[in-house]
Design a protein around this ligand. Structure first.
Ligand code: PLP
Length: 404
């Protein structure tokens, strides 16, 4: 008789977004005429930029010709894309990364979820709290945690590093060094960024203790302040302790097209085995790469026209972020983020849980956001709004919140 992976039974289900959908559906059924504005989702809304559409058309046409047809692509991704990534995302920032160290994939979600497979199941794992749920769930599935503990609101054995207003949403270095450390900056959900000296402290800590940092840079394009690193490899010594994941979703609208990449420096060696070689093996066995036409679209992200168009797209969302921050401040809320990230993380009014506040926003002003407690125990008392709406929706939502 076969058995199942019982670790899956520890998972809590996708409570957060299904509960939101349930409450919104119930409200709409009771108020069919209501104009509900969603500022809760993490998906982008602007169409794909013209330079990228042009590259897609060109690549599609190529595939229909005998000389342009491409079959299975190289397992690490096409050289043209890996070269463009290295030139623009690394060499231009003074980071010593080579195209052989880039693995092109079908998105950061897959990579941040799959990367734990190359590590032993006995490793201790640390995550920020609140946290993007994929890091936790995939480690639960792999058996690196105990059961979900309703008292702590987290999984036993997992090391949660609280990120709250008190520590500027930047976790303290744990007293006992974890083996695997997930960091995400700019952060989802808090919108916080990390300064270079603070990130350097993490790199030094990981090198000193033999830990690996799994660095999620999905929101790097939203960084607007000097002194905030776009890549962990801007820190000295990061080649020896860090893996970095990138997405084309939030900077270029590829949430539907699917494209991302992971960097594994060749210096990362564990007891004589290179992590690069393990991930190479993983890609060779269970390829989660992207189609040729999508990789050509990715190349266009780095063209001069593409860069100019995407700067405008990011600026569009960041104008929404500014409207939300200013509007919340005027309405008397304390809010964080929205300067280097498309997320605004606001403090719920005194005495209100994040779900209470969700219900109040939905029922009184028909605005949907995301309760902070859904991202972890330390998210209680906070609420996430996203800048991915249109200007019109965002302006209207903020006007309504001002009436609360
Ligand atoms: N990493 C973080 C922190 C995210 O918030 C998201 C999406 O919301 C992703 C990764 C997923 O990126 P992708 O669309 O490339 O899978």
């Amino acid at each position: 008789m076969y058995t199942i992976n019982e670790n899956y039974l520890k998972l809590q289900g996708s409570y957060l977004f299904s509960e939101i959908a349930k409450r919104v559906a119930a409200y709409k059924e009771a108020h069919p005429e209501a104009d509900v504005i969603r500022l809760g989702i993490g998906d982008v809304t602007q169409p794909i930029a013209p330079a990228i559409i042009e590259a897609l058309h060109k690549a599609v046409d190529e595939m229909g010709t005998p000389e342009g047809f491409r079959g299975y692509g190289p397992e690490q991704g096409y050289e043209f894309l890996r070269q463009a990534i290295v030139k623009n995302d690394y060499l231009a920032r003074g980071c010593d990364i080579s195209p052989e160290e880039i693995f092109v994939s079908d998105g950061a979600k897959c990579d941040v979820g799959n990367i734990q497979e190359i590590f032993g199941t006995d490793n201790t794992v640390a995550v920020c709290d609140p946290v993007y749920p994929v890091y936790v769930d995939t480690n639960v599935m792999a058996g690196r945690t105990g059961q979900f503990n309703p008292v702590t609101g987290g999984f036993d054995k997992l090391i949660y590093m609280p990120c709250t207003a008190e520590n500027g949403f930047s976790p303290k270095l744990p007293e006992q060094a974890p083996d695997l450390i997930y960091l995400c900056f700019p952060n989802n959900p808090t919108g916080a960024a990390i300064r270079k000296d603070a990130l350097q402290a993490w790199v030094d800590y990981a090198n000193k203790n033999g830990s690996v940092i799994l660095y999620d840079a999905a929101y790097e394009a939203y960084i607007s302040e000097e002194g905030v690193p776009h890549s962990i490899y801007e820190c000295e010594g990061a080649r020896g302790c860090a893996i970095e994941m990138h997405s084309f979703s939030k900077n270029a609208g590829f949430t539907g097209l699917r494209l991302g990449y992971t960097v594994i420096p060749k210096d990362l060696v564990c007891n004589g085995t290179s992590l690069h070689s393990l991930w190479e093996r993983r890609h060779g066995t269970r390829y989660n790469g992207a189609p040729y036409i999508v990789q050509r679209a990715g190349e266009a992200v780095y063209s001069e026209a593409g860069k100019a168009q995407l700067r405008k797209q990011v600026a569009y969302y960041m104008e929404n972020a500014r409207m939300i921050r200013d509007g919340l401040a005027q309405a008397g809320f304390t809010a964080y983020g929205g300067v280097n990230a498309p997320y605004i993380w606001l403090k719920t009014p005194e005495g209100m849980t994040s779900w209470d506040f969700f219900d109040r926003l939905l029922n009184e002003v028909q605005v949907v956001g995301t309760p902070g407690s859904g991202f972890g125990a330390s998210g209680e008392g906070y609420f996430r709004l996203t800048a991915f709406g249109t200007h019109e929706n965002t302006r209207e939502a903020i006007k309504r919140i001002g009436r609360l």
